[in-house]
Design a protein around this ligand. Sequence first.
Ligand code: G3I
Length: 359
Amino acid sequence: MKRTLGIVFSFLLLFTACSSTTVQNSSSTEVASIPTPPGGVTALRDLAQKRGIAIGAAVDYNALQNEPQYAYVLGSEFNILTPENMMKFDATEPEPNVFNFVPADAIVKFAQQHHMLVRGHTLVWYNALPTWITSGTFSRDQLMAILKQHIMTEVSHYRSTVNIWDVVNEAIADNGSLRQSIWERVIGPDYLDMAFRWAHEANPQAHLFYNDYAGEGLGTKSDAIYNLVKGMLQRGVPIYGVGLQMHVSTRYYPSTQEVIANMQRLAALGLKVQITEMDVKTQDDPNPPAQRLQDEAQIYHAAMIACLAVKACEAFVMWGFTDKHSWIPIFTGHADAPLIFDTNYQPKPAFFALQQALK
Ligand code: G3I
């Protein structure tokens, strides 16, 4: 009891800087101060729930472990999360048949404690592979057996806790052809169907997604994704939906009408869609910083409007939530501000734009 109270007290101390709501308990004269969500009285997750969608973010494991404020904002504003890196092949099976689910388990536990859904990300990708895979020489049968065991072990491990999986990630190249990868080269194009069938075998209840970037609007790549998943459905492959990553920038982003049209044609196949990795790169924008933030907010707003306009769009997930922890500055080597909270965990115009769209 003492320990629990101690934790509660530290929690309250930690967030006295945040705006707070005063609650009068009718049975006593005590006045308790409880932290309100960082963006205001109503959390995004509550607004989203009223609109019938989930809203969430990718999770940086180290930040979650080490920064209470990170955990606080994540747990209070969102109701779905995606482990950013900890469910990938290199993290979960670093050596042949040696599985490590410790970091991902911690993220899933956090999700459960905060009543959040989990998007499992990702079972089959050309990237984030351990060196024993990339430098190994395997026959087709050997690599199929490795992939099957990897998928079955991971999906089974999370059978009761993770119901959404990005089964195959980024299998289409930017020109619409099948992307070259170890899976495509050694197993052949069939690896996609196989991956979905194995994931389904491990958890028949799970919602299985194909996930990709730059296929949100209309064009060569989204046509290729459409044809890929249409073919899967015709072959009886247990695919449930398509993840539209939505890594965009203030200079290049698809129009709302195109995103809606693309979502609608996928929905017409009987598939669900989710926005799975949204962020808005601003570093190439020639406008002054304040204008960039307004442009960014407008792009977030438009993407949310697109999701809300299509019944089959069931989630809006960003690739992080604070500019303090985004892959973009690390990847590009340049400062950026692609997310909806700033580096001090203050809500940005993009946060309020999402709030507005959800209202
Ligand atoms: O944590 C290690 C650190 O210990 C080491 O010193 C350092 C040296 O390179 O690497 C660190 O790990 C890096 C990790 O990000 C954490 O920053 C990995 O090298 C790096 O490869 C990894 O990048 C991730 C990338 O996927 C590849 O897995 C990004 O964080 C992650 O945001 C990105 O996410 C992808 C999605 O999965 C798929 N869609 C695109 C999206 C963005 O690229």
